[in-house]
Design a protein around this ligand. Structure first.
Ligand code: DX5
Ligand code: ZN
Length: 221
């Protein structure tokens, strides 16, 4: 089964507490939280205090995607706020391995995110030390952008890299950006384990429908 992580970037910000409760009720596997700093990406979203407030509203794991410069400065705040999975961008970290170590020392799952143009070689030598790789299928910064198809071979290559480095521990491939039923199918066929979907999920009144549809993509292959 494919895991589905709806992004609350497309939720109603005026009632985020209610929105995460709706996601839980609709069967989402976790909540994807997009943190943007207006520096690494040209947009500003939410910070650790909002994550802390949302923590009281749901038991779903929080998958926090840090699109920020110097993530090491804020990781302790996000850990304290209740993040469960934390990803940082390879492009934003000079000492990427040290940053992932910080996340692990805080007892959380560590992921590395890559922009569409960033090659897989940037994670090749730390693959065994992370829990997941987040492949961006849009340029980070905004919800509702079209899926970049050229990333599909990258998903396949990463799947192969993970297979070659075979370990007891799973290393998940998460994809983020422009995911809907059609593009989600292509991602799962290429080897993705976790689909992030924002505008697609929240375009439905009944959130259960798109979530279930994406979760069962495997079985439709
Ligand atoms: C983009 C974010 C995504 C975004 C996905 O910078 O990282 O998580 O919310 O939104 P959609 O699914 O609308 O592309
Ligand atoms: Zn994201």
């Amino acid at each position: 089964m494919t895991l589905v992580a709806p992004s609350i970037l497309s939720a109603d910000f005026a009632c985020l507490g209610e929105e995460v409760k709706r996601l839980e009720k609709a069967g989402a596997d976790c909540v994807h939280i997009d943190v943007m700093d207006g520096q690494f990406v040209p947009n500003l979203t939410i910070g650790a205090p909002v994550v802390k407030a949302l923590r009281k509203e749901t038991n779903l794991p929080f998958d926090v995607h840090l699109m920020i410069q110097h993530p090491e400065n804020l990781i302790p705040d996000f850990i304290q706020a209740g993040a469960d999975w934390i990803s940082v961008h390879a492009e934003a970290c000079v000492h990427l391995h040290r940053v992932r170590q910080m996340i692990h020392e805080g007892g959380k799952k560590a992921g590395v995110a890559l922009n569409p143009a960033t090659p897989l070689t940037s994670v090749q030598y730390l693959l065994k030390d992370v829990d997941y790789i987040l492949l961006m299928t849009v340029n980070p910064g905004f919800g509702g952008q079209p899926f970049i198809r050229h990333v599909l071979p990258k998903i396949q290559e990463l799947r192969q890299m993970i297979r070659e480095q075979a370990d007891e521990r799973p290393i998940y491939i998460e994809v983020d950006g422009g995911v809907n039923q059609e593009t989600g199918t292509l991602c799962v066929q290429a080897g993705a384990d976790i689909l992030v979907a924002g505008s697609y999920v929240f375009s439905y009144t009944e959130l259960e429908k798109p979530i279930r549809q994406l979760q069962t993509l495997h079985s439709s292959l």
